[in-house]
Design a protein around this ligand. Structure first.
Ligand SMILES: Nc1ncnc2c1ncn2[C@@H]1O[C@H](COP(=O)(O)OP(=O)(O)OP(=O)(O)O)[C@@H](O)[C@H]1O
Ligand SMILES: [Mg+2]
Length: 311
């Protein structure tokens, strides 16, 4: 489906249809999610003194449909990773609840898989063995082996199966990490800036790969990204987290971030990056992020630098 090769090294081109066949995608329901963190009292503070909880997220209500790709944008520190961690059962909301496929989420859930900005591979294991770490517990040896082989083919790493992580590039390590996340056929794939540490070209190729993976096994994807164009290229829908009172950021910041914009991205994928429709959406999102049409953040000359959330 894509025109850009997903191979960044002399690896076999990824197959388009070799993902495990039993993939199921699930809905994710966020209902009135709030999250506050309580900091420890500062050094020297009076004994027994308490610090008020600091709200990070509030009133986040959203339903992600099965198979949908939802991008989560927002200024640095606004709570994107916190929301994703809550969706994966890695953190608990202070208020509200989460349902996956209609049933409540209680802690880490085998229906979800998480991918991070860094590949987090075990250096002493081969690429294939790292991917195998993502397999469900009770899978048979032969089935596990064939599933790993299919995933390595999907991400174009078949000929690197026996390499150690140090012997592959950053993009290849990230592809292995994606394959590991897919190994258990997650109904929900949670990705926290998965391509953030990659160079621009590798990043574009990884975006293409993610589209291929989703076409082969259309799991529900929640993708946290700082990159507006990445969100526009990959997502069916984009939410922007932030303070909901632009006129008074500080006050809004103290009450925690919530969904301040929600956009449906029209058109099938891959999309024409230069289309007028996407340009209009890009402008709206950048404005929501506090960046003007010259790419300047709050009057500072810093192209596409997303400002920090005002705490
Ligand atoms: N376990 C924790 N304890 C205390 N504060 C936390 C904890 N986890 C997150 N926070 C705070 O919550 C806020 C939101 O953090 P989060 O990592 O979700 O932001 P983010 O939007 O992902 O930022 P970035 O774009 O920089 O990754 C930050 O101020 C952070 O310090
Ligand atoms: Mg984050």
């Amino acid at each position: 489906m894509s025109t850009v090769s997903t191979s960044i090294a002399p690896a076999a081109a990824p197959a388009r249809t070799s993902a495990p066949a039993d993939n199921t995608s699930f809905s994710v329901d966020f209902s009135d999610i709030g999250r506050s963190f309580t900091a420890k009292p500062e050094r020297g503070a009076a004994r027994g003194s308490t610090v008020a909880p600091r709200p990070v997220l509030r009133d986040v209500s959203l339903t992600v449909q099965p198979g949908e790709v939802l991008a989560i944008l927002g200024t640095s520190g606004c709570g994107k990773s916190t929301l994703l961690r809550i969706a994966g059962g890695l953190d608990e909301p202070s208020t509200g609840s989460i349902r996956i496929d209609g049933s409540p989420l209680n802690g880490i859930d085998a229906r979800c898989a998480v991918g991070f900005q860094e590949p987090r591979l075990l250096p002493w294991r081969t690429i294939a063995d790292n991917v195998a770490l993502g397999l469900p517990r009770r899978i048979g040896r032969a089935e596990g082996k064939s599933r790993v082989a299919a995933l390595l083919e999907l991400v174009g790493l078949t000929s690197f199966a026996d390499h150690r992580p140090r012997a592959v590039s950053g993009g290849m390590a990230q592809r292995a990490s994606l394959a590991r996340a897919l190994a258990r056929n997650p109904g929900v794939l949670l990705l926290d800036e998965p391509f953030g540490a990659l160079d621009a070209l590798t990043r574009l190729k990884m975006q293409d790969l993610l589209l291929d993976v989703h076409a082969a096994a259309p799991t529900t994807i929640l993708l946290v990204t700082h990159d507006v164009d990445e969100a526009l290229q990959l997502a069916d829908r984009i939410i922007l987290l932030g303070a909901d009172d632009d006129a008074d950021d500080m006050a809004g910041g103290r009450t925690g971030a919530t969904i301040v914009q929600e956009l449906v991205v029209p058109g099938g994928r891959p999309r024409d990056r230069g289309s007028a429709e996407l340009a209009e959406l890009r402008g709206r999102l950048l404005a929501g992020l506090g960046i003007d049409r010259h790419g300047q953040a709050r009057g500072v000359a810093a192209t596409h630098t997303i400002p920090h959330f005002p705490y």
